[in-house]
Design a protein around this ligand. Sequence first.
Ligand code: SAM
Length: 331
Amino acid sequence: MPKLIDKFGREITYLRLSVTEHCNYRCFYCRDDEHVPNCKREDILSYEDIERIVQIFAELGVTKVRLTGGEPLLRRGIVKIARLISHVDGIDDLPLSTNAHLLEKFAKKLHQNGVNRVNISIDSLIPERFKKITRGGDVTEVIKGIDAAIQADMNPVKINVVAMRGVNDDEIESMVDFAITKGIDVRFIETMPIGSVGIEALEQHISEKDIFAKLNKHLGSKLNPINASRTDGPAHNFKIKGTNSTVGIISAVSNHFCQTCNRVRLTAKGDLILCLGQENAISLKDAVRSDLTNDEIKNMIVNTIHKKPEKHEFNTVVDNISNQQMVEIGG
Ligand code: SAM
C-alpha cells in the first residue's frame, strides 16, 4: 500500500475534513462580518463523496479524521457522516472541532456514532465579551455543550481559546480555573494571519512566551511539562499537578511546528489544501465525480502531496498567505 509521504519525508496520517462553510458564530478573527458562504448544495461534498474520499485516504495510511467547518453541527446529517467515517477501515480517531452552541443536542449521538473526543472553541467566559467576539454567540449554550460532552464520555474534552491582547488575555487564569473545575483540558492558541481578518487580528497577537508567563505566574510549580508526541502538532502541553486537567499553548506563529506536520485539509467543497498558510489546492470533488478509479485518485493524491510546502511562512512572507478565510478552509 503506498503511503502519503511528502518530499520532506513527512508522513501524512491526519485529515481535517470541513463539512460545511456555514457557521452560526461570526468570530471577528475568523471571518469578515459580510462573509456569506457562496455555495449551492451540489457544490458541497455529499455523504457518498465523503465516504469514498475517506476510504481512499485510509488506504493511503490516514488514521485520524477531524470533523470541522464552518460549524460542523450545522451540517445536515452530521451524525450520519460521523457513522460513515467511523466505519471506514483504518480510521481509529474521529475528533470534532465545534463552537458547541448545538452540542447539547448532539454530543451523545455523535459519541455513539464514533466521535471519541472534542475540541470546543470558547474565547471568553464573560457573556457580553463572548457575544462581542463571536458577534452574537451565547456562552451559556457553549457551557451546556461542554457539560453534555463530558456527560457523553467524550475523552478528552478540550477547550480552545484564541488568546488576544486587550481582548481576553485577562481571562487566561480564569479559563484555566474553569477547565480544572470541569476536569477538562485547555489550549491557548496564538492568532494566525489567515485571510484579511486574520491579518487584522494580528494586532491583538500575544506570543507563546507571554501566555506562558501568565500561566507560570498562576500555576507555578503545578505546571508539569508533557513530552511532546509526534502528533502533538504545534502544542506545548503541561499536566496541572493535583488536577485532571492539562494546559497547552498552540504557537503556530512564534514557533514553527511544520517539520512534524502530518496533516492536510479538505474543504467542504472538496478542495484538498496542503498547508493552512499557503494557497495550493486540487479538487477531490471533481476527481470522485469523474470516471477516475480509486487507484487513479490515489496516485493523484500521492503526486499532489509532493507539493506540500516545507513550512507555512506565516511570520515571514505575508504575500504568500492564503486569502481564504478560516471559516472556508476549515480551521
Ligand atoms: N466552528 C468550529 C469551532 O468553532 O471550533 C470549527 C471551525 S473554527 C474555524 C476552528 C478553530 O479555528 C477555532 O478554534 C477558531 O478559534 C480557530 N480560528 C479561526 N480563525 C483563527 C485565527 N485567525 N487564528 C487562530 N485561530 C483561529
